[in-house]
Design a protein around this ligand. Structure first.
Ligand code: C5P
Ligand code: C5P
Length: 478
């Protein structure tokens, strides 16, 4: 793991510059990505700046492109804080915005951008020897800036924990945190804001009846239980568990340790007797869960993973503002709106997935690489969510997965992931950037999750470059 001392050193002049911008009364536009990490990082900066009485607004976009940069230029704000976006695009910002911008990010950036003197404008994890794919997301980087601006912003560590699980950075043993994420988690814990413990990791552990939480859990995928709430009900009931408290269904977080052992035994027995799923899945059912102690019991915001899912839903369904308002503290109308958005998001995703598997022409699979065609079906902002979900599906294991859709502006947008059990060393972030740029598009991301946008006329050229690049040792992770 990297050591954060270089980052801490760089934060001082970076924050000093921001402080001067605020003190000189400049009006600041925060531009961020629309997923959970984007919404949390943008909100952390908005809260930190608002606490300094800065004039600022937050806007989300689905990715950073030349047209977004043109939009920023034409809106002509005094200053721009770009979070969770913009890796590799410093030269474009400089050209369009002069020195009126900073980037706070965690995506891998080209060596050239690390070496270029950008006047200290790029606060990127990789620049300071930290792996932005697993040690710190944009929310954690924004938290580092915020807590350096003012110690009282350390309460924002709880939002940084949400960003880390939202970005799937819980990659340590049993879904623990690594590196700087762990340091931020410890801060949140010492302030009494977040607790963590090893537990059953069911989806909706604070909000759903136990059998439904088990049915909603798609990682690990258990054939016969995932998506099948009546089977789940049967095995839990037969194990002698009390699923109701009076007339009300009990949620997982209300069950005792002994009862939870009974739940695990019941699932293990089912897995062994049905023999469709490997017994190893039981190991994946237990991991660290992160609880936001100041949120109400039975709220979707109490479990950090559920909180991040809700933010993702807001962003992907075009209602990022609701997510930002929730991060900024609204627990009334905006939370109710967020919960409705969450339901709508799950229904949409489920429809996409069933159409993709029903319409066979959409899936082009050679056993190593799968290209899923989402044209005319998948909304571009939902693309990342679809590829994340497909990558955990047992039907497409050990693959490099690429999902594409034709967007409203007639460009193709791609989202790629390494699927369950994938052993390929290919660095998808480097591959997406290289292949997209070679055909006049833009792209980037992480080794295990990346995306790009290309002109629609370049599709064939792009896919043939892609197939070559995945086997090219020059694009493998170190
Ligand atoms: O823009 P950003 O970095 O936040 O997007 C990361 C996306 O990639 C998230 O949707 C996250 O769920 C996904 N991801 C993943 N596996 C990883 C890292 C990230 O699926 N190892
Ligand atoms: O959209 P998706 O969730 O697949 O994005 C995965 C990763 O790829 C994210 O980190 C995102 O910021 C990055 N990406 C990018 N350029 C694009 C699209 C996605 O750098 N045009």
């Amino acid at each position: 793991m990297g050591d954060s001392s270089k980052l801490v050193q760089a934060l001082k002049p970076f924050c000093e510059n921001l402080r001067q911008i605020v003190e000189s009364g400049k009006e600041i536009s925060i531009i961020t990505h629309l997923d959970a990490d984007g919404i949390t990082s943008g909100s952390i900066m908005a809260i930190a700046l608002a606490r300094m009485n800065a004039k600022c607004t937050v806007r989300t976009v689905s990715d950073m492109s030349q047209s977004v940069i043109e939009m920023m230029k034409s809106e002509d704000h005094d200053y721009y804080v770009i979070t969770d976006l913009g890796g590799g695009m410093a030269a474009n910002f400089r050209k369009a915005l002069g020195d009126r911008w900073v980037v706070i990010d965690h995506h891998q950036i080209p060596e050239q951008e690390i070496l270029t003197d950008d006047g200290g404008r790029i606060m990127n994890a990789w620049k300071y020897g930290l792996d932005g794919g697993i040690e710190v997301p944009a929310g954690g980087m924004a938290y580092m800036v915020a807590s350096n601006l003012d110690r009282k912003n350390r309460d924002l560590s709880a939002l940084a924990v949400v960003s880390a699980v939202g970005d799937r950075q819980d990659q340590g043993n049993k879904r623990s945190f690594l590196g700087l994420n762990q340091e931020i988690l410890n801060m949140a814990k010492s302030l009494g804001l977040v607790s963590f413990e090893l537990d059953l990791m069911l989806t909706g552990r604070e909000t759903r009846p136990l059998h439904e939480a088990l049915a909603y859990t798609s990682f690990p995928y258990i054939d016969g239980l995932t998506w099948n709430s009546s089977n789940c009900h049967t095995i839990l009931k037969n194990a002698g568990l009390n699923l109701k408290d009076g007339g009300r269904w009990r949620v997982l977080s209300e069950f005792s340790q002994e009862e939870k052992s009974v739940v695990i035994d019941a699932i293990s027995k089912y897995v062994v007797t049905s023999s469709k799923t490997s017994a190893g899945v039981i190991d994946d059912l237990v991991g660290y869960v992160y609880t936001l102690e100041s949120e109400d019991r039975r709220s979707q915001l109490r479990d950090a993973r559920e909180f991040s899912t809700l933010l993702n839903a807001c962003g992907r369904i075009g209602k990022s503002g609701v997510g930002v308002a929730i991060c900024m503290g609204d627990r009334n109308a905006m939370l109710t709106a967020g919960e409705q958005i969450s339901t709508e998001y799950r229904t949409t995703l489920r429809n996409y997935i069933s159409t993709i598997f029903n319409e066979k022409w959409r899936v082009n699979d050679d056993g190593k690489i799968t290209i899923v065609n989402g044209d005319g079906l998948v909304a571009e902002d939902m693309l990342g969510a679809v590829s994340s979900l497909l990558s955990g599906s047992p039907s497409l294991p050990e693959r490099l997965l690429f999902v594409k859709t034709l967007s409203k502006d007639s460009t193709y947008k791609f989202s790629s992931r390494k699927s369950l059990g994938c052993k390929s060393k290919a660095n998808l972030g480097l591959i997406m950037r290289h292949c997209a740029e070679a055909v006049g598009g833009t792209g980037g991301g992480h080794a295990a999750a990346a995306g790009c946008r290309i002109p629609h006329t370049s599709l064939e050229n792009f896919t043939s470059k892609l197939r070559a690049a995945v086997n090219d040792p020059g694009f493998q992770a170190a």
